[in-house]
Design a protein around this ligand. Structure first.
Ligand code: F6P
Length: 319
């Protein structure tokens, strides 16, 4: 394979730039021409494709976001749209495409494989919602961003002896809330995979108050409900008007951590090596710190299981 391309798609995640950089540098190392596609599948349809060299990706390893930009493409959902994308690639002679994103982006890659383009997926999302891999690029940075916010919120929460509800992203997955809840010292962690009743939350609050706790942090995953609804329920049941902080896009930005940069660099090089070896329709994952690849369809069929050990840990530590 002589010409390949790379794109980022779906929600951005810190470390995407480090992954693009690794893809570009590895391609050049293996004597392949490498092209960047702007705005994910949307840019592919509109042939927004340009050649990259080693210096195009200089000074980006440490930056959040994605310099290729990203989008969620509606046109790509139709076969007509996808055929335009294939034509754009074939016009330039590009045979392989590396897609950096989450599950929706991998489904897109799979569709392109059906149309004769070789594809490899690199998992990048702050949600860590892909069952087949221990970690996705961007998750570690997002956890650190959330705990940084928790640390600040804790100061004022303690001063005012207030309960605070912090709503974090993650779509239907509770990993971000769970990891940030445990490492940020939250009193209650509420995730979609392990629902808790309002009574349990109130009991925990009362238990803390009895031993003189001045603040209470309730870490709520967006997939488990909205912070304002929980606030109303607490007010109705206890009379306490908890403060609400919805962290929002703060969680998607920021400089990637060393762990995310390393994972992105390893996966970026691996993606190029796989294409070079003729592998296609695969996604890269990491288990026990070892990289592997498997078929997109098989990977996406796996069911994500919440780490019950971490839930237990949170329970023990918030006694
Ligand atoms: O998948 C990443 C993510 O940030 C989710 O955590 C969140 O639910 C969603 O994207 C928000 O999507 P959008 O950027 O389209 O509002």
């Amino acid at each position: 394979m002589k010409k390949i391309a790379v794109l980022t798609s779906g929600g951005d995640a810190p470390g995407m730039n480090a992954a693009i950089r690794a893809v570009v540098r590895a391609s050049i190392y293996f004597d392949m021409e490498i092209y960047g596609v702007k705005r994910g599948f949307e840019g592919l349809i509109h042939k927004d494709i340009f050649q990259l060299d080693a210096s195009s990706v200089g000074d980006i390893i440490h930056k959040g976001g994605t310099f290729l930009k990203t989008a969620r493409s509606v046109e790509f959902m139709s076969r007509e749209g996808r055929l335009k994308a294939v034509e754009a690639l074939k016009d330039i002679g590009i045979e392989g495409l590396i897609v950096i994103g989450g599950d929706g982006s991998f489904r897109g890659a799979e569709k392109l494989t059906e149309e004769g383009i070789k594809t490899i997926g690199i998992p990048a999302t702050i949600d860590n919602d892909l069952a087949y891999t221990d970690y996705t690029i961007g998750f570690d940075t997002a956890v650190n961003t959330v705990i940084d916010a928790v640390t600040k919120i804790r100061d004022t929460s303690t001063s005012h002896e207030k309960t605070t509800i912090i709503e974090v992203m993650g779509r239907y997955c509770g990993d971000l809330a769970l990891y940030a809840g445990v490492t940020g010292g939250a009193e209650s962690i509420i995730v979609p995979e392990d629902p808790v009743s309002i009574e349990t939350i109130i009991n925990k609050l009362n238990q803390g108050k009895k031993r003189g706790k001045l603040h209470h942090i309730l870490m709520l995953a967006e997939g488990a409900g909205s912070a304002s609804k929980l606030q109303e329920e607490l007010l109705a049941s206890t009379g306490e008007n908890a403060r609400v902080t919805v962290l929002g896009f703060i969680q998607r930005g920021g400089d990637p951590t060393a762990d995310d940069r390393l994972l992105a660099s390893r996966m970026g090089v691996k993606a190029v090596e796989l294409l070079k070896d003729g592998v296609s329709n695969h996604v890269i994952g990491v288990r026990k710190n070892k990289l592997f690849s498997k078929k997109i369809d098989e990977a996406l069929k796996e069911d994500k299981v919440l780490d019950k050990e971490l839930i237990r840990l949170a329970e023990i530590l918030s006694v």
